[in-house]
Design a protein around this ligand. Sequence first.
Ligand code: NAP
Ligand code: MG
Length: 501
Amino acid sequence: MTTHAIPYESQLCAQTIAFLRRLPGRLLIGGQWTPAQAGHTFTTYEPSTGQPLAEVYQAEAEDVDRAVAAARAAFEGPWRKITPLERERLLHRLADLIEQHAQELAEIETLDNGKPLSAGKAIDVPSTVDMFRYFAGWPTKIEGAVKPVSIPNRLNYTLREPVGVVGAIIPWNFPLSLISWKLGPALAAGNTVVLKPAEQTPLSAIRFCELVCEAGFPDGVVNLVQGPGEITGAALVAHVGVDKIAFTGSTEVGRLIMRAAAGNLKRLSLELGGKSPHIIFADANVPQAARVAAGAIFGNAGQSCNAGSRLFVQRNAYDQVVDIIAKRAGEIKVGAGMDPHTEMGPLTSAEHFERVTGYLRSGAEQGAVARVGGGRPAGVPEGGYFVSPTVFENVRDDMAIVREEIFGPVLVATPFDTLEEVAQRANATPYGLAAGVWTKDIAKAHKLAGLLQAGTVWVNCYSQFDPASPFGGYKQSGFGREMGHEALEHYLETKSVWVAM
Ligand code: NAP
Ligand code: MG
């Protein structure tokens, strides 16, 4: 088995180094860390240099089969016998362990995904802890109801029961925190899980699953399979032993999953892409709005489903807003995630780098003008997947860079005149994930919040997330909600029980 040099070794904590030395990454099936049956592996890369980072066993259909069987056995056996209070304790123990291993988890995420270590420590790991703590509070509060039926001498009540075996499929942009978005509600509701991370970022899931075992969850409650979507993901989605697929990823793959899940009519929740409008009126706190708008597109190198990627500014504030954003874009320190000065890391994969730079070319070809950025930044490590923070002006609503999700640090900026006009243009997209509105006029803010076709609207702020607040898409940004009790609903069935009295 190939072993790769450990990048940035002198900067890593001892636990991270020990973790990397334990690789190749195995699958977790029924509480056992096991190689894939066929013995194939795939490589994950370090995005700041493009060098191989680690090998991970690739699960094929027979491995997925074993993982689903283990999840079913746990669901019908030990997990069912665990009381709600004990489920709460286990979820809290898991949250504690994630918190205790924060440094190591953030380092693993940076090496595999590319994001700045500071971001992993400030955002990804703490939000994962918070999510498990929030859902740890739910098992003892999931209640049925007695229904006021009108048939004489009949008692009717409802039981809330877990759906069963959940296949959780997640992308590479927030690998660790998206695990918590799925597993928090799935486990709180009493389901068992087969998790499939993205092949670009398999590593934090391995360390996470080691902590699941350490927390004391019964064998088979959480299983981990790794590998490409077309092989491992597809086997999971088609498997008749899986009751529900919880998916985050692109709209295109969401559509494939809907078709493939039809065999046994799996429950589905789909959190898909976005092209979210960020709307700034001239009567807003313009400097603050512009600063936040820059963060909304350049944070996580634009690789956020809710990135504020279409900027609409009311005409007489347009120049001021774009000046501030362009200035900020030019100042952002782009570099390796392990460099403590880095504010924006590389994109996560070579393939995605090709996709984003393709959009930079298509924007220029179609007549858009890059006010700032548009290429590769200077002074970054050789071989890394770096793109400059970019602001395109002179755009038309029919350009590919305006219509399609780029998922990179690329903003398209355009002026508007009236509320009615901007509502219509903001909604002229198949997506409907999120939107931002900046104005000091509360009537205008509420009116636009009502008109926008989006699962989340932020007013005078952006990218606010909390485990208690539901998040998800309208239109082709998917269906179902993450977080809040709304998320829990997607992991529960309702049984109606009638009793003759
Ligand atoms: P993607 O290609 O759709 O992949 C997402 C996951 O699905 C990966 O684990 C992928 O595996 C797997 N997959 C691919 N093809 C599959 C198939 N045929 N059957 C089963 N699974 C399959 O998405 P991405 O490009 O990696 O991620 C970026 C997208 O995610 C963006 O569109 C973004 O907006 C969206 N996103 C949405 C949210 C949200 O909450 N709405 C959050 C984050 C990201 P492999 O990658 O290993 O092949
Ligand atoms: Mg990687």
